[in-house]
Structure formats: structure tokens, C-alpha cells
Design a protein around this ligand. Structure first.
Ligand code: PLP
Length: 382
């Protein structure tokens, strides 16, 4: 399928079919498609200055870094172009920090079910054989522990043979099925990192920019990481990634790391417009309210005998757990019903619609999901 246009929560195919987009560019299009303020900011910047190299600062870069810091916690920002690059950079910071402060400890502890990207190091951090096996050998220095088991994290951090220098985790695991780590667990990770002098790196690539009901998902847990990675919605639809490094973790010096296009002024201008609109219009609150409405509506399908087991996630990052492995078929039928939804795994549908979705659009989405589920049941002869 080829998409040629988009506006708000809708896209249009090259055959002129209009679809409601509940995938949102996989959590990129926080403000929907072609938000006028983002388009205007990017266009104006394109006329002014397109690229400079990173030998120099540009105004949009500096302003977006300030906005990012103001939205999260004090620190310095490293700019790159994607989520995987942001995590690579965070891993490099952790390794250098380990050399400086932890006698060369370099092992990064990650969680089962993680997804941190598709470069070799981030594949090693992701630890999912399905993604990484064809590309072995992977870089060393990663150790994966079961999700939800704080004692396993602690054992990994204090292992005398390969002590952990950092824990890398997503507050809500997106790709593996929208599985929240939960407040208690996140607070536990923070405490363990403090106790064992390890860095807490939170991967907010998918959960950030207001999507889960707070500007950054970790804020709901009342904790502050040492490093945070961001991408996806950060560039307002243009490619942009960032690592926000707190004072505790700050150890990169000029020349340690770099990226030709990282922090491109047009992407930063678009990102600055996006973060400004999200903050000004408090779209994280809107995400929380809209997410509850969507969640409630979907859970209501159970009383109609439709195959919904649960709805996971927070705000507008939701995973519909189906009681049958019909996610792909459901996505196919939903497309015919005019809805873009994202099957992940056999029995989960991920929804990451724009945060600007209206009440009426949510009702439309629910009606489309309901009729798609009914059709799948009918196709199965049920
Ligand atoms: C949590 C998380 N981290 C990292 C990435 C990788 O981001 P990118 O595809 O921009 O490299 C993703 C992509 O889905 C993600 O969801």
C-alpha cells in the first residue's frame, strides 16, 4: 500500500482511499499528519538554513535542547537521527563512564522483551534472537534478565565477573506487545542503580513526547533517569534522535562521538514546533483522557462476545491483547473497514494514534474496530 497524503488522523492512498491512522507512524505522528505549525516551522527553516555540519551550533538545535531539558531534567543533549543511534550513543556514554568511575565495568543490563533498535549494539541490547540471529556475532557487554524480576537485575549489577555499569529499559515495552514495567518496578530500578552506582538509561523513544499521559513516561513513576533516549515523535515527523545526559552521567567530550546529520536544523525546527504545541496544549493530558476513552470502549467489546482479552499500556500507547491469535487477520479486515492498525505478534494490536485525536474520531475508531472484530469472527465461522 502506498500513502500519498495525510492530514490530522487521516491518510490517503495512491488509489484515493482515505484511512484513519491509528498507527501514527508507529508513535511518530504525535500531532497527526502535516500539522500546520510543524509544516510552517520546517518550511521556514528550510528557506533559512538547511544543514551546517556539527562543527557549529544552529538556533533550532539550541532551542530544542533547551525545551527538551525543560520538559525532562537538567542535562546536556547529544543529537542524532534515530532511536537506535540514540541508544548507541547512550551505551557509549555508559561505557566511557564505566572506565572513568567504575574501574572499566561495561556490562549493560537489559530486560527480556526489550526493543532498542537494529544496529549491532542495539540488537545485542534487544536480545531477541528473531531480530539478531542472522547478524551474529554481536558486540559483547550486554546481559539480559527477565522482565519484572528486580532481584535478577541486582544479581546482574553485582556480578563480580561482569559487573553492570547501567540498566537500559523502556518504561513501557512497545515492540514486544505494549507491556508497562509499572511504577513499583521503575522505582525499584532507580533504587538498584543508586545502590550499586550504575546508570539508569531509560529508552523513551516510543513512550515519549506526551504519548503515555505525561511528557515522558518515567515522570508518571516519579523517578529521574541518568540518561534518556528519545526519537520517533521528537522531530515532529522528521528524523531526529537525542540522548539527554544528566550531570551524573556526563562524560562525553568533543570528538568522542558524532553524527553528520544529527540535530539537522530543519528536523530540530520541526521538533521545536512539536514540543511547543504538545506543551502549550497539554496534549499529554489529552493523551491520557483519549487513551482511557479508547481503552474503555475496547474493553466493552468483551461483553459483546468479541475476542478481546485485555488492553495494556497507557495514554495513547495501547496494546489490545486478543484472546485468539488473529492479529494479522484483524489488521487486514480493519484496512478494508478504513482503519490502519498495527499487529505485533500473533495476538496483539498496537494503537499509537495522534495525540490530537478528537472524541468523535475515537468513536469512529471504536466502531471500525468493533465491526472488524465482528467480521473476523464471522470469517472464522463463529
Ligand atoms: C523503544 C524503542 N527504542 C528504539 C527504537 C529504534 O528506533 P529507530 O527505529 O528510530 O532506530 C524503537 C523503534 O521502534 C523503539 O520502539
Amino acid at each position: 500500500m502506498t500513502l500519498v497524503e495525510g492530514s490530522g488522523c487521516f491518510v490517503v492512498t495512491d488509489e484515493g482511499v482515505r484511512l484513519m491512522d491509528l498507527v501514527g507512524g508507529i508513535a511518530v505522528n504525535a500531532l497527526g499528519h502535516c500539522h500546520p505549525e510543524v509544516v510552517e516551522a520546517a518550511s521556514a527553516q528550510m528557506r533559512r538554513l538547511l544543514h551546517t555540519s556539527n562543527l557549529y551550533y544552529t538556533t533550532p538545535q539550541v532551542e530544542l535542547a533547551e525545551a527538551l531539558v525543560a520538559s525532562a531534567f537538567p542535562g546536556r543533549v547529544f543529537w542524532c537521527n534515530s532511536g537506535a543511534e540514540a541508544n548507541e550513543a547512550a551505551i557509549k556514554v555508559a561505557r566511557k563512564w564505566g572506565r572513568l568511575h567504575r574501574r572499566g565495568a561495561f556490562t549493560v543490563v537489559t530486560l527480556e522483551g526489550a526493543f532498542h533498535g537494529r544496529t549491532l549494539a542495539t540488537l545485542a541490547a534487544t536480545g531477541n534472537a528473531h531480530y539478531s540471529d542472522p547478524f551474529r556475532p554481536l558486540p559483547e557487554g550486554f546481559r539480559q534478565v527477565p522482565r519484572g524480576d528486580l532481584a535478577a537485575v541486582e544479581r546482574a549489577l553485582v556480578d563480580p565477573d561482569r559487573p553492570g555499569v547501567a540498566v537500559l529499559a523502556e518504561p513501557i515495552q512497545g515492540e514486544s506487545g505494549v507491556n508497562p514495567l509499572g511504577t513499583e518496578y521503575l522505582v525499584g530500578l532507580r533504587e538498584l542503580c543508586d545502590r550499586h552506582r550504575a546508570l539508569l538509561i531509560l529508552d523513551e523513544v516510543q513512550t515519549g513526547m506526551g504519548r503515555t499521559g505525561t511528557m515522558w513516561a518515567h515522570q508518571a513513576a516519579g523517578i529521574v533517569p541518568d540518561l534518556m533516549t528519545a526519537a520517533k515523535g521528537l522531530g515532529g515527523g522528521l528524523p531526529l534522535g537525542a540522548v539527554l545526559v544528566s550531570k551524573t552521567a556526563d562524560c562525553l567530550e568533543p570528538g568522542d562521538h558524532g553524527s553528520t546529520f544529527g540535530g539537522n536544523p530543519v528536523a530540530c525546527a520541526a521538533g521545536l514546533a512539536a514540543i511547543s504545541v504538545i506543551t502549550r496544549d497539554r496534549l499529554f493530558n489529552r493523551a491520557a483522557i483519549a487513551g482511557d476513552q479508547l481503552k474503555e470502549g475496547i474493553l466493552g467489546f468483551r461483553a459483546m462476545g468479541l475476542p478481546v482479552a485485555d488492553v495494556r499500556g497507557s495514554g495513547l500507547l495501547l496494546g489490545i491483547g486478543l484472546s485468539e491469535p488473529w492479529a494479522r487477520e484483524l489488521a487486514g479486515v480493519a484496512l478494508q473497514e478504513g482503519l490502519l492498525i498495527n499487529p505485533i505478534g500473533a495476538a496483539t494490536i498496537r494503537l499509537a494514534p495522534p495525540l490530537v485525536i478528537s472524541d468523535d474520531e475515537i468513536e469512529l475508531a471504536l466502531e471500525g474496530l468493533r465491526s472488524s472484530l465482528v467480521r473476523v469472527m464471522r470469517d472464522k465461522g463463529l
